[in-house]
Design a protein around this ligand. Sequence first.
Ligand SMILES: [Mg+2]
Length: 393
Amino acid sequence: MERTILHCDLNNFFASVAVLDNPTIKNCPIAVCGSKEERHGIVLAKNELAKKFGVKTAEAIWEAKRKCPDLITVPPTYKRYREVSNAVKEIYLRYSDKVEPFGIDECWLDVTGSNLLFGSGEDIAERLRHDVKKEIGVTISVGVSFNKVFAKLGSDLRKPDAVTVISRENFKETVWPLPADAMLGVGKATLANLSSLGIFTIGDIAAAGSEVLEKRLGKMGKELYIYASGNDNSPVIAESSTPKSVGRTTTCKHDIHTADEAWPIILALSEEISETLRCHGLYCNTVQAHIRTFDLNVKEFQAPTLMPTQSSVAMAKKCMEILKDNFGFTTPLRSVGLRAINLTDGITPYQTDIFNDFSKSEEECKIEDKIFEIRKKYGSDSVIRGTTINNDF
Ligand SMILES: [Mg+2]
């Protein structure tokens, strides 16, 4: 059966939330920036008006202001982004239970089963566009297609506040002339690789054939061929289905210089991960630490936990240990994160280690179980750790 997939993209999301919270700046060029004193001031996001002046993501505020002297700069408000993102997701869920988030501002929806109730894919896209604008006050662009790759491409094609349909009938004329990097999976490195083969458009990828691409680009080449020829059949995976990993990352207001500064942040992130693991009945077997240094280098390290765990303290401690061993806090950090990977269901037996005393970690886990129950009943701020109480990152 032919699928109907939508990809919804919140337009200029961070800047739109800034306008939502302060409508007086609606018609101004806006850039969401790290603050000058604390973050060396770079542009994290911008709106359409700022784009017209040539303001670019990741450039310095002074550079942006030189191009656009009236640029209004606002700080990021991550909690609000999550709130608005969740409210929009609630609207998507009215039309399908298969909603797969892709970052904070994008979602795929499989609405194949919703056609009888709500009309064609295009009809549903128009309803979503309308509902989100009316109820939340931000705009989305929606791509409608028969697979995820083309749906995503469609949402990029016309924005803001638009619907684009890419069908089996029109995809060759709509998609194939586009540059290769308009397609999911083609980043800078792949683009360079492709151009060295004389491949510049998505149509060129489809024409090159699977064998040539696989020979030159490996497994990914084969995948790109499948994407370009319209044969991507990857499913939309609803968020509620069991996650393969659970991670949280944050960009900090101040660069982090020491382990002591990192600890409360990592513990707070770990608490969120722990909650998600408990919701799904999953246990973490490996912790992955993620850092981005002040000069924007990204690094990841990982190590196994002593035993399968849901404990925020155990995961945070492991994360600190990994960072101390591999990184040593020699360079200031701009963002930190951790991810619980290699998840198991808690029923799977595991090998205990005679050299470690597990009774203490088991005790800690029981305390956290209780805290989790209380928070579920009385709200997430009903019990707060002393360590994280002054967190403001
Ligand atoms: Mg977006």
